[in-house]
Ligand binder design. Structure first.
Ligand code: XUL
Ligand code: CO
Length: 442
């Protein structure tokens, strides 16, 4: 077998991406993201905690249900699975270092292809985890989260943890155990569960209650195992309403939170919220973030955008600064990211077939978030937005309104008060005024 050449440069002609400021017309530079610039008490890098998604940028080659792959990645050419995996990892770390991302995220079988036997798959994973450890050490790039791919292999066609066949659940458990081990070995800060196949296609053949109980049992086992192995990080659930399942159990923030509460998992689990998944659930992204923040479980973010003209997960890189500002307002007001970050769960389009396109995509997304961060911070500093929103609830800050909040009134008290005060004066919600505050700073 041909020896692998280590240290290949895959993105030739592209150096480290630097901040050059708004006047720069260099397409391979940041115009807004200056990692060391302070926004309030933290630097941009500390606020945003960007992560590169291994699967989209180094594994996905552009195949779709209607056509073959379009991306001829030079790191995928070797016929030997370990050589190929190491080349891919060299490319990934070269990219992450050049773009200046502090973090990355992966699924188990992103870093190496699954083998025919479980034993061989585990051996491959072990080899690649050791290689990743070395690469992380050399580059300083850290693991934001690890996860297991419990949706691609045909064995999961009826679900993973919620599969009606216990034997499949055992396979899912094995993968999760190994992925947790890998995450711990690599110092991962979070561990994610996205249950793409945890749901159903038809209720006619599905015992939903039993499947959800199995899912809870499975998550308890994973939590117990991780904690026993010394994992102190956060377990994250990533909601999505559908695709590939017709109905996914982790539908949206509210559904997942009530599941976590019902099965006593709130102490260990938080949410990883993805923009396009919110869109598919007919929510705004900021709604999903706020629901999680209000329950104290806003963990991390998968950043992308959908498409206004269709109804599936297009995973496009973010570029809508106005919408991102609304999202960053929620994040900042909830105290910002601690363990979590912003993972670019986004892919370049199928016809973006140059290697440089991966750089343009990330530069665009990172700059858009930097602008949104600054805008949201400025809006909060300016204070008019928060003041006006607080004022809307002013009648609860004193007198009878305050007594209501403090549980001092009964329903008959409300009746008596309504009779004394008469018809309330109309008060405008001033939505357009609020929108204009945002426009002023975006
Ligand atoms: C799928 C999706 C996944 C998860 C990780 O829509 O978002 O990539 O982020 O499994
Ligand atoms: Co995602």
């Amino acid at each position: 077998m041909k020896e692998r050449t280590a240290g290949n440069e895959f993105f030739k002609g592209i150096g480290p991406i630097r901040f050059e400021g708004i006047k720069s017309d260099n397409p391979l530079a940041f115009r807004f993201y200056n990692p060391t610039a302070k926004v309030g008490k933290k630097t941009m890098e500390q606020h945003l905690r960007f992560a590169v998604a291994y699967w989209h940028s180094f594994c996905g080659t552009g195949g779709d249900p209607f056509g073959l792959p379009t991306k001829n990645f030079p790191w995928l050419t070797s016929s030997d699975p370990i050589h190929r995996a190491k080349d891919k990892m060299d490319a990934a770390f070269e990219f992450m270092t050049k773009i200046g991302a502090p973090f990355y995220c992966f699924h188990d079988y992103d870093i190496v292809d699954e083998a025919i036997t479980l034993k061989e798959s585990e051996k491959r994973l072990e080899t690649m985890v050791a290689y990743a450890k070395q690469k992380q050490k050399e580059s300083g790039v850290k693991l934001l989260w690890g996860t297991a791919n419990l949706f691609s292999n045909p064995r999961y066609m009826n679900g993973a943890a919620t599969n009606p066949d216990f034997h499949v659940v055992c396979h899912a458990g094995t993968q999760v155990k190994n992925a947790i081990d890998a995450t711990i070995a690599l110092g991962g800060i979070n561990y994610v569960f996205w249950g793409g196949r945890e749901g159903y296609l038809s209720l006619l053949n599905t015992d939903m209650k039993r499947e959800q109980e199995h899912m809870a049992r499975f998550l308890h086992m994973a939590r117990d195992y991780g904690r026993k192995q010394g994992f102190n990080g956060t377990f994250l659930i990533e909601p999505k309403p559908m695709e590939p399942s017709k109905h996914q159990y982790d539908f949206d923030s509210a559904t997942v939170i009530s599941f976590l509460r019902e099965y006593d998992l709130m102490d260990d689990f938080k949410l990883n919220l993805e923009v396009n998944h919110a869109t598919l659930a007919h929510h705004t992204f900021q709604h999903e973030l706020q629901v999680a923040a209000d329950a104290g479980v806003l963990g991390s973010m998968d950043a992308n955008r959908g498409d206004y003209q269709n109804g599936w997960d297009t995973d496009q890189f973010p570029n809508n600064v106005y919408e991102l500002t609304e999202a960053m307002l929620v994040v900042l007001q909830s105290g910002g990211f601690t363990a979590g970050g912003i993972n670019f769960d986004a892919k370049t389009r199928r016809n973006s077939s140059d290697l440089a396109d991966i750089f343009y995509a990330h530069i665009g997304g990172i700059d858009a978030f930097a602008r949104a961060l600054v805008a949201a911070h400025t809006i909060l500093e300016d204070g008019e937005y928060t003041k006006l929103r607080k004022q809307r609830y002013g009648t609860f800050d004193s007198g009878k309104g305050k007594e209501f909040e403090r549980n001092k009134l009964s329903l008959t008290d409300l009746r008596d008060l309504a009779h004394t005060t008469g018809e309330p004066a109309q008060i405008s919600g001033r939505q357009e005024y609020f929108e204009n505050i945002l426009s002023k700073f975006v």
